[in-house]
Design a protein around this ligand. Structure first.
Ligand SMILES: [Zn+2]
Length: 121
């Protein structure tokens, strides 16, 4: 990967990292409701006051927070791979991951072949 492209990818990942860290922090502090309000999502769940939906809300919070944390970890991992000069190297077979793949999926750590094999297991 060209240095200039790598710099662009780093900037993209750093932006993602900042945004994700902020979202995780918001959920920790105020719960999912605050996040959906902040992002301007239509929030109808306030009106569903029964016990069932409250439980559902908590579960949704957990899942969302987990997803955000996973994504954040993947972004941080990608950034450390850039730092180590390993960004384009497949973690499984050592092949070069094509730029197009990394541009489409900046957190990719495997070449398409290894990814397919991993998913078929
Ligand atoms: Zn591979």
């Amino acid at each position: 990967m060209e240095k200039a492209t790598q710099k662009q990818m780093r900037e993209r990942l750093e932006n993602d990292r900042a945004r994700l860290a902020e979202q995780v922090e918001t959920i920790e502090r105020e719960g999912y409701e605050a996040l959906s309000e902040a992002s301007g999502e239509n929030n109808y769940r306030d009106h569903m006051a029964d016990q069932g939906s409250a439980t559902f809300d908590r579960e949704l919070d957990m899942t969302l927070e987990e997803n955000l944390r996973d994504t954040l970890a993947a972004v941080q991992h990608a950034l450390s791979r850039i730092d180590e000069g390993l960004y384009s190297i497949c973690e499984r077979c050592g092949a070069t991951i094509p730029d197009e793949r990394l541009e489409a999926m900046p957190t990719a750590t495997l070449c398409i072949k290894c990814k397919a094999e991993e998913e078929s297991r």
